[in-house]
Design a protein around this ligand. Structure first.
Ligand code: ATP
Ligand code: MG
Length: 404
């Protein structure tokens, strides 16, 4: 749906710490893949934006308005890691950027590359994309400290109106409240469905803890199933209904027919069971739609299955406005910053997501293949057991891109 000019302006934020090591190298890889795919006919017009330490140095502001305004204007940005300033009025630069642009979907593809060490017996079975709701849940919630007057008032209120016993709410309780809304849930789940359709995925799983939190997480489950009704789908709810009325054989037949007709199978799994299932049966999952906190746990658990922090890419997207920030998911890694040792793969794979988002699929594919060849030949940085520096690794990727 995006109208992409031949010379699109793409904003970038280099990032703090290892951002200085990985960004220039990733950029070389991106430019070489674009050149390979289009000759000189299409090209990225890179627009450097300041954020983080660099911005503070030049502008005395960790997140200058110009940076937000430019991303707002040009829609897309790609960024390295930013450190979280201590004692500032905002939680973190990353969170502020997401909030200002209302980037409600955190998208994390988890894909295994042959040659990379994994704790899984059969890591090649891991191939999923997580859609984590990015604006609600406890991240937008409030907490009241032990002994605070708000906590006391709430406890009194609960005891009086709801007849909650003092045993469940001792006077020393700290209290937390979290929002999960219909619109917040639906827009996230819609983006997961759109992605599934566009990428030929056959299964979408709703992950929640609705057995314990009936209205918040249970609401997420309910509204997600409502969204399924607007898409070519066959849900577990329908399956169960047929099974109850006409037997299991009939339910299986109808499911098979629906799958045959290209529908997406939609079910839901309780979060704790899900964390077990992704280790035991990762092949059963393709697209995941989940709440903010569950998504946080799941993203890290899944990233660890395929090589961890150095190679897990991510994006934060508002599919309605088109705004998207693609980013390395790891931190600033100050222990190896400036040493030309960091692994640029997380940022490079975020670039792959960006090119797919732009519709420049051949560019994305060329880079993905180069990574595939490099990892298969065990050509990688130290964190993955190799001996290459950041720039040597980029050189090798560029070699594979040119040979492709
Ligand atoms: P921050 O406070 O910004 O999160 P951090 O020290 O927690 O910084 P992380 O990025 O979370 O840094 O990294 C944790 C560990 O993983 C560190 O030892 C770091 O060196 C390593 N690490 C992180 N990113 C990379 C990378 N791209 N390549 C190699 N090692 C990395
Ligand atoms: Mg960290």
């Amino acid at each position: 749906k995006l109208l992409v000019p031949d010379f699109p302006t793409i904003a970038y934020i280099r990032g703090d710490g290892v951002g200085e090591d990985i960004f220039p190298e990733a950029k070389r890889v991106f430019d070489s893949a674009v050149e390979k795919a289009f000759g000189g006919n299409k090209k990225i017009d890179w627009l450097r934006l300041l954020a983080g330490e660099e911005a503070f140095k030049f502008k005395e502001n960790y997140l200058p308005d110009e940076t937000i305004n430019s991303i707002s204007e040009y829609l897309l940005a790609i960024k390295g890691p930013l450190m979280t300033p201590v004692g500032e009025s905002f939680r973190s630069i990353n969170v502020t950027l997401r909030q200002k642009l209302d980037l409600y979907a955190c998208v994390r593809p988890v894909e295994y590359f042959e040659g990379i060490e994994s704790p899984m017996k059969a890591p090649e079975k891991v191939d999923m994309t997580i859609f984590r709701e990015n604006t609600e849940d406890i991240y937008a919630g409030v907490e009241f400290a032990t002994g605070s007057s708000e906590a006391h008032q709430l406890i009194d209120f609960l005891e009086q109106t709801l007849k909650v016993t003092a045993i469940r709410f001792p006077k020393t309780s700290a209290i937390g409240v979290k929002p999960v809304s219909i619109e917040g849930t639906k827009r996230l789940v819609e983006s997961a469905f759109d992605y599934a359709l566009k990428n030929g995925k056959k299964r979408l799983t709703i992950v929640h803890k609705g057995n314990i939190m009936k209205f918040t997480e249970g609401g997420f489950r309910k509204w997600a199933y409502e969204v399924a009704e607007q898409y070519p789908s066959f849900t577990k709810l329908i399956y169960d209904k047929i099974k109850k009325e006409k037997g299991k054989k009939k339910a299986e037949e109808e499911k098979a027919a629906a799958m045959q007709a290209g529908k997406i199978y939609v079910d839901d799994v309780i979060a704790d069971n899900f964390l077990q299932q992704i280790i035991l049966n990762p092949q059963n999952f393709e697209v995941i739609a989940t709440l903010n906190l569950n998504g946080d746990y799941i993203s890290d658990a899944l990233a660890a299955q395929v090589g961890g922090i150095g190679i897990a890419p991510g994006a934060n997207i508002n599919y309605k406005t088109g705004h998207a920030i693609f980013e390395a998911t790891h931190g600033t890694a100050p222990d190896i910053a400036g040493l030309n040792q960091a692994n640029p793969s997380s940022l490079i794979l975020s670039g792959v997501m960006m090119f797919d988002y732009l519709g420049w699929h051949e560019v994305a594919q060329t880079i993905r293949k180069a990574l595939f060849y490099a990892f298969k030949a065990k050509e990688c940085t130290r964190d993955l057991g190799g001996s290459l520096s950041t720039s040597e690794f980029a050189d090798i990727l560029i070699k594979y891109i040119k040979e492709a």
